[in-house]
Design a protein around this ligand. Structure first.
Ligand SMILES: [Cu+2]
Length: 598
């Protein structure tokens, strides 16, 4: 299938839907051999009847005791440049913004940025679980101290720019779901548009998305690692806007669900003088939170497996495929062995479509308390003690668990208690839930644990009621129309902005889910926002404490409206807002908005 044929942005939305469904249905056999979707006339979708994934025996594989971060490379060849480098085989991206301020001239001076390389690639021998056969997956491969790894965690630091060169080496003749182009989004870095991973900027050596100048073997991403507020505050911006837990994933137009589900997703952790990533840091003000190797990211994905134990995803169905198996860092029901000390766990729901409510359960004493220190990218002003965490798609939770409270040999389980039977959204909380990860406290710490969770973490910038009152309000309604997913009645058109916002301005966005049938975790690219109000069925409800920090995902439960205060600072260009239920995003609940020069 030629993806450029899927949608013709010049036709009316109704025609657009028909053409999209027709083309998708007519190419179904070639694209995805296992299609269990049934359809009844036009765009009417009947829930597919899919047999459950084959059973697995729990706790057969172990996660590594520590993650191995992505290693820097000494040099990139050809040398990165501010303008795109088609002669060097770079795809036709827009010029890097503010390059001159950081690097002086058009090519990168040695030592002025941290350099990384990732390769989008296929592996043929991944084992999700020993009861399932080794199988093909995709991932971003990079070098670590343990050798090449898929989706290694990238450690960045504020004030230290990164150039991350992404090669697309996905097989052009691939089998099954997904498409071999890639647009790598770094969720939710304060990044210039051309490095944000805009959905229309997908590329391979043979194809370029509709918003890209041409194909290429690689694309350079310039991550300035500055706080929002660069223009306002000078230096590297306002440190209250710091982000800590970010992640990179494919964002290719129409194919984010299958591509990310195939494995194109990893973590990007950012540190600064406060959250310095060193629990031994003696610098005044340093938080000294548990640090690597006791800072451990955990990514959850829902996946469905066929009768042979092979992963599949129905990319043609606007309701996607709900996974009934949960992978943790790519493994089903794995074991994590920990020392009896504090750990910082970064939890990420990478979708495509399952919501979670996690608790840490001790079999004899029930749900265990932990410190909830950060929601989405940001540290909260103060830690909260909690026993459960809810995560919509793309939401993150940053928590600290003190395993020194338990005897050596204790076994704990991370349990999802949120029931969900369809891709439409979560049902109720149910006991006992599903165990997704077993944690065994199996050793004393090799050294004394000097890490802490201070009573004050990162201050929040105060909200100014006058500024909020003066900000224009923009309303966005997320609804199902004709069997597809729309924002203000329209499908995504990546070539046309639906809002143009002057750089440096602020707005209130009213996000509306008028339906009692679906939940939509809405993600707004570029800057994090603050939830001002939430109403359910027209009635104001309090904003929970853990959602009063800065956020980049706003979960619109059924019949919910949220008002969010947003700023658009420092960079210009095209960005998107979309539902992060990846099936909704692909079918086509997304809008392009542009930040423009004054
Ligand atoms: Cu949605």
């Amino acid at each position: 299938m030629n993806k450029h044929n899927i949608r013709n942005p010049t036709v009316a939305p109704e025609m657009n839907i028909g053409r999209r469904d027709f083309l998708k249905a007519s190419s179904a056999v070639a694209l995805a051999p296992i299609i269990l979707t049934s359809r009844k006339g036009g765009a009417q979708i009947i829930d597919p009847v899919i047999p459950p994934s084959p059973p697995t025996r729990p706790w057969r594989e172990e996660l590594p005791n520590a993650i191995a971060p992505l290693e820097q490379v000494d040099a990139l060849s050809p040398t990165p440049t501010g303008v795109a480098d088609p002669l060097g085989d770079e795809c036709g991206r827009a010029d890097h913004q503010r390059w001159g301020e950081f690097f002086g001239d058009s090519s990168l001076p040695p030592g002025s940025a941290d350099l990384y390389e990732l390769r989008a690639t296929e592996r043929s021998d991944w084992v999700f679980h020993p009861d399932y056969p080794p199988q093909r997956i995709w991932g971003f491969e990079g070098n670590t101290a343990d050798g090449p790894a898929l989706n290694p965690t990238l450690f960045g630091r504020y004030g230290r720019p990164i150039i991350c060169r992404l090669y697309n080496e996905l097989p052009q003749d691939h089998v099954g779901f997904g498409t071999p182009e890639v647009s790598m989004h770094l969720h939710n870095l304060h990044a210039p548009s051309e490095s944000d991973g805009f959905p229309g900027d997908y590329f391979s050596a043979f194809k370029a998305g509709p918003t890209l100048g041409g194909p290429g073997r690689f694309k350079d991403h310039f991550y300035p690692n500055v706080y929002a507020g660069l223009d306002e505050y000078g230096g590297i911006g306002d440190p209250r806007q710091a982000l800590g837990t970010l992640w990179y994933h494919d964002h290719t137009l129409d194919f984010t669900a299958p591509n990310a589900s195939r494995g194109l997703a990893g973590f990007y952790l950012l540190f600064d003088h406060l959250d310095s990533g060193d629990e031994h840091d003696r610098t005044p003000g340093a938080l000294r939170l548990p640090s690597h190797p006791y800072d451990y990211p955990l990514v959850f994905q829902d996946k469905r497996f066929d009768a042979d134990g092979v992963h599949f995803y129905d990319q043609l169905n606007p309701e996607g495929t709900l996974g009934d198996k949960v992978t943790v860092n790519g493994k089903i029901e794995p074991v994590l062995r920990v020392a009896s000390r504090k750990y910082r766990l970064r939890l990420l729901n990478a979708g495509p479509t399952r919501f979670y409510e996690f608790s840490l359960i001790a079999p004899r004493s029930g749900a265990q308390p932990f410190q909830y220190i950060g929601n989405d990218g940001n540290l909260l002003p103060a830690p909260l003690t909690r026993k459960r965490i809810r995560l919509g798609m793309a939401e993150r939770a940053d928590i600290v668990v003190d395993f020194s409270r338990y005897a050596i040999g204790t076994e704990l389980y991370l349990v999802n208690r949120l029931g969900q039977l369809t891709t439409r959204g979560p049902d109720g909380v149910e006991a006992p839930g599903t165990r997704v990860l077993k944690i065994i406290i199996d050793r004393p710490p090799p050294k004394k644990d000097v890490s802490r969770v201070p009573a004050a973490l990162r201050p929040l910038p105060p909200l100014d009621p006058l500024e909020i009152a003066a900000a224009p309000v923009r309303r966005w309604e997320f609804a199902r129309k004709n069997g597809l997913w729309t924002v203000n009645d329209l499908l995504i058109d990546v070539t046309t902005p639906r809002a143009e916002i002057v750089r440096g301005s602020a707005e209130v966005w009213e996000l509306v889910n008028p339906s009692g049938g679906w939940a939509h975790p809405v993600h707004i690219h570029f800057e994090e926002g603050r939830i001002l109000s939430k109403t359910v069925d027209g009635i104001d409800v309090p904003i929970p404490l853990h959602e009063r920090g800065r956020k980049d995902v706003y979960v619109l439960d059924k019949n919910t409206t949220m008002r969010v205060f947003l700023r658009f600072r420092d960079f210009t260009g095209k960005y998107v807002m979309h539902c992060h239920n990846l099936a909704h995003e692909d079918h086509a609940m997304m809008v392009r908005f542009d930040i423009t020069e004054a």
